[in-house]
Every structure is written in structure tokens, then in C-alpha cells.
Design a protein around this ligand. Structure first.
Ligand code: HEM
Length: 251
């Protein structure tokens, strides 16, 4: 325990002279408790029994509807939750040793993407819910973390009442010419018969399997139907959901 205390002090305050003239600068952001955890881990390496986990899950608590969010919800009912994770390191430097610092920030976004909030849209028109797409139309979402995502579900429908033709949906990397990683067909709508509700029946989300990707990617959805007339809409698209390949059990 004494040796432990000495090393904790050394991590927080730095030191010199034990391993030569090169000093270790004090670590400004590390508390004694954190230093103790770091040490426990370092000392446990190689000891099968006492090893700390190299990975784990962190269960987030919903922040609940505070005033700020309520306002945001009123403006846009489908505002997706976001999580900001920041990791930083800074030491104080020492004689002849400049201070080192590093900071990384990562924004995690709920895996539901609003069609009307794509970063780039082409041949697409905003509607009350979602967007209406034409032949050659595209939606681009930038910087999506595709780690462990193996499929996409798209909320969409093709309706005769809206003169939709149906067509094909392609998922590409980057832009409409990018590598194809998934695709699916949307059938032409059944003709609206008098008295029926004209194809506004509930359409289940369209699943699209994706070739596995890693890290941050720009995703581009491309809609096509060569048979459609110049201005004819193919379908209406409301929301996209990224689906993970592993599902975590809820406690
Ligand atoms: C959280 C990060 C770090 C931890 C946990 C850590 C841990 C330690 C520990 C426990 C020692 C004592 C070894 C002993 O007395 O036998 C040590 C020494 C040392 N560390 Fe670090 N260290 C960290 C960051 C750094 C950095 C950023 C540098 C260089 C810029 C550095 C350079 C050194 C040097 C030169 C020594 C030898 C000092 C001496 O001779 O007394 N360390 N470190």
C-alpha cells in the first residue's frame, strides 16, 4: 500500500532521478483517485485473476425533459437526442519539457435520421412529414458512425393517390457515385380504387442490408425509377434508422 501511495503521488506530481535525468512532468488533470485506478490497471496487467475489464458498457440515463429540451421539442418534434463525449489530457511540463495536451470530442447521435434533415438534398422536396423524392434524387448524411451497423430501415411509402411510381433505393458511400453498399426495391403502388384510402395504409419500414463499414462515413441514399416522368415523385421518405449488428440487452 505504501508503494502504491508513492506511485500515485508520482503520477500526479511527476518525478525525476529514478530512471535518469529525464523528468516526468506533473499530470494536471489526474486526481489521486484516478491515478490509483490507473495504477491498479497497470499492476494487474499479466495477472489473469485481477485484471480490469478492457471493455464495458455504459448505460446512459435519460436526462428527462428539462425546459430547454421542451422548447426544442416544440420547434421540432423529432429532434434526436445527442451525446457529447470528451476526453482530454494535459500535463504541466517541466524544465525543458513542454506541457503536453490532447483533446478529443465525439458527438454521438441517436441512430434515427430525419429525411428532411439530411445534410445535402437533391431532387427532393420537403413535405409535412419527410420528403418526396424524384428520379435521381439523393439525401446525404455526413459523418455517421457506421461501427457495427449492418442494416438500415427506411420509413417510406409509395401511394397512387400521390401519383408515386415506386422505384429503387440505393445506399452509397459519400455521394451518388460512391461505392454501393446496399439496395432495395419499392414496389409501384396499387391503383387507388374509389372509396378506398388510396394506398395510405401503414407501410412497414423497408429493411436494407448493408456491407459492413467502420468508423465515420458519409451515407448517400439515391432514388431511381427510369420510368418516372421528369417531375413525378417516386415515393415519400420520412425517417432512417441505423440498425446495429449486435443488440445490447437492457438491464
Ligand atoms: C497518465 C500518464 C502517466 C502515468 C500513469 C505515468 C506513470 C509513471 C510512473 C508510475 C512512474 C514511476 C516509475 C518509477 O518510479 O519507477 C513514471 C516515471 C516516469 N515517467 Fe511517467 N506516467 C505518465 C505520463 C508520462 C508522460 C506524459 C511522460 C513524458 C512526457 C512521462 C515520463 C516519465 C519519466 C521520464 C519517468 C521517470 C522519472 C524518473 O526518473 O524519476 N510519464 N511514470
Amino acid at each position: 500500500a505504501d508503494a502504491m501511495d508513492g506511485l500515485v503521488k508520482k503520477i500526479v506530481q511527476g518525478g525525476r532521478g529514478v530512471w535518469g535525468e529525464v523528468p516526468m512532468p506533473p499530470n494536471a488533470l489526474i486526481t489521486e483517485n484516478e491515478a490509483r485506478e490507473i495504477l491498479k490497471y497497470i499492476l494487474s496487467v499479466g495477472q489473469e485473476s485481477a485484471r480490469l475489464a478492457l471493455s464495458g458498457a455504459y448505460q446512459l440515463e435519460s436526462p428527462g425533459p428539462d425546459a430547454d429540451q421542451k422548447g426544442a421539442r416544440r420547434r421540432n418534434r423529432s429532434l434526436p437526442p445527442k451525446l457529447l463525449i470528451q476526453a482530454s489530457y494535459k500535463d504541466l511540463g517541466d524544465d525543458g519539457v513542454p506541457s503536453l495536451s490532447q483533446r478529443a470530442v465525439r458527438m454521438l447521435q441517436a441512430p434515427q435520421l430525419d429525411a428532411a434533415r439530411a445534410h445535402v438534398m437533391d431532387k427532393v422536396e420537403a413535405q409535412r412529414f419527410g420528403v418526396s423524392v424524384r428520379h435521381g434524387g439523393s439525401l446525404i448524411y455526413k459523418g455517421l458512425d457506421m461501427t457495427q451497423v449492418d442494416s438500415l430501415e427506411i420509413g417510406l411509402f409509395a401511394s397512387a393517390r400521390m401519383n408515386h411510381t415506386g422505384g429503387q433505393v440505393e445506399v452509397r458511400l459519400g455521394d451518388p457515385q460512391g461505392a454501393l453498399i446496399g439496395q432495395a426495391d419499392v414496389a409501384a403502388p396499387a391503383p387507388a380504387t374509389p372509396g378506398s384510402r388510396g394506398g395510405f395504409s401503414r407501410t412497414p419500414p423497408l429493411p436494407i442490408s448493408l456491407m459492413p463499414q467502420s468508423g465515420l462515413q458519409d451515407l448517400c441514399l439515391v432514388f431511381s425509377n427510369r420510368e418516372a416522368k421528369e417531375d413525378q415523385p417516386l415515393m415519400s421518405v420520412s425517417v432512417l434508422s441505423l440498425r446495429p449488428s449486435i443488440t445490447q440487452s437492457k438491464p
